[in-house]
Ligand binder design. Structure first.
Ligand code: OSB
Ligand code: MG
Length: 339
């Protein structure tokens, strides 16, 4: 029974599509659309970004179904360390955005944003370091640099004492080469793979090719908690759990994933709830002094109604649900990430 997909009609009948306001632009948007799925085990979140095609988005659906239909793994961990996330804002905005987080001990700074230059990144990292001299800082380039740009940029940025750099360049081979280039220049900086894990058909290629020191894992893009745990076990790399800019429902799933890891060496990218103006729950999962509770937030009917999208928006999501469902239904049971 565990491997059985619920029917599409059942999923549709229990789906609520919302559009939530963000406080600050993230990935060039100021609103986030999400489908919340209610099931016998609780709520699940299906919120692939709008431009994602069904092949990729279907893994996000597998994660939502897992969340709504299977209990989260048992754990005794009650809270997990998290990082504040700083979007690629201007220097003047750095203090204002980070103030929204409660006493962060770790901060992830977005760099290599399209339309910006290295000087913008240096200024943002320098300002963060000035305001938070004790914090652990990490940068995330979202594959925005060429190999050449990455070495030059990381040579400069590593002067601010960075914990690691996340996905500086796009390809897995590029990541592996970059690590060699950095070592040759005696730049002691760890590299984390994100897109090379979650957007790749083979999430283990990163570890096989020695392309990173650690891997970023996210419950939705990897097809759920169980699937993500299996990837970590097989990869044998340290893992950083992160969010996909989820609502509190997805953050709860991420927190459960983090709490289930055999070892949690790094703060998780799960305090993105702070970037939202509002959420689907009366008890949003927000970090306190750099820690997030491990719990499943209840969902508010009133908030679902208030932020519900217009009928055309819902129709678009029902079509996405349908095409992703078809992919999951067509997958070999043994391979399906629900197992
Ligand atoms: O890891 C974090 O601190 C927050 C999450 C985050 O950065 C993110 C959120 C949505 C989509 C992509 C990413 C990313 O890590 O690249
Ligand atoms: Mg990333």
């Amino acid at each position: 029974m565990e491997n059985q997909l619920p029917s599409l009609d059942e999923l549709k009948a229990n789906s609520f599509v919302v559009r939530l306001p963000l406080r600050v632009k993230f990935r060039a948007v100021v609103e986030r659309e999400a489908l919340l799925l209610q099931g016998p085990a609780g709520w699940g979140e299906f919120s692939p970004f709008l431009e994602y095609e069904p092949a990729e988005a279907s893994r996000w659906l597998a994660a939502a179904i897992e969340s709504a239909y299977q209990p989260y793994p048992e754990t005794t961990v009650q809270r997990i360390p998290v990082n504040a996330t700083l979007p690629a804002v201007s220097t003047e905005q750095v203090g204002r955005v980070l103030e929204q987080y409660d006493a962060p001990h770790t901060i992830k700074i977005k760099v290599a944003e399209r339309g910006q230059i290295l000087q913008d990144d240096i200024a943002r990292v320098a300002e963060t370091r000035r305001l938070y001299p004790q914090a652990a800082l990490r940068v995330d380039a979202n594959a925005g640099w060429t190999a050449q740009q990455a070495v030059a940029a990381l040579a400069r940025l590593s002067e601010y004492d960075l914990e690691y750099a996340e996905q500086p360049v796009p390809g897995i081979d590029d990541l592996a080469r970059l690590r060699e280039d950095l070592a040759a220049r005696h730049i002691d900086l760890k590299i984390a793979a994100d897109e090379s894990v979650r957007k790749h058909t083979d999430p283990l290629e990163v570890s096989r090719k020695g392309a990173a020191d650690l891997m970023v894992i996210k419950a939705q893009p990897l097809g759920g908690i169980r699937q993500a745990l299996q990837i970590v076990a097989e990869a044998g790399l340290d893992a950083v759990v992160s969010s996909a800019l989820d609502t509190s429902v997805g953050l709860g799933q991420g927190a459960a994933l983090a709490a289930s890891l055999p070892e949690l060496k790094y703060a998780c990218g799960l305090s993105t709830g702070t970037l939202y103006k509002d959420d689907v729950t009366e008890q949003p999962l927000l970090a306190e002094a750099g820690y997030l509770q491990v719990r499943r937030p209840g969902v508010s009917r009133q908030k679902l109604r208030h932020y519900s999208v217009e009928p055309e928006g819902r129709q678009r999501w029902m079509q996405r649900l349908e095409s992703c469902y078809a992919i999951l239904a067509g997958q070999d049971l043994a391979q399906r990430p629900l197992a």
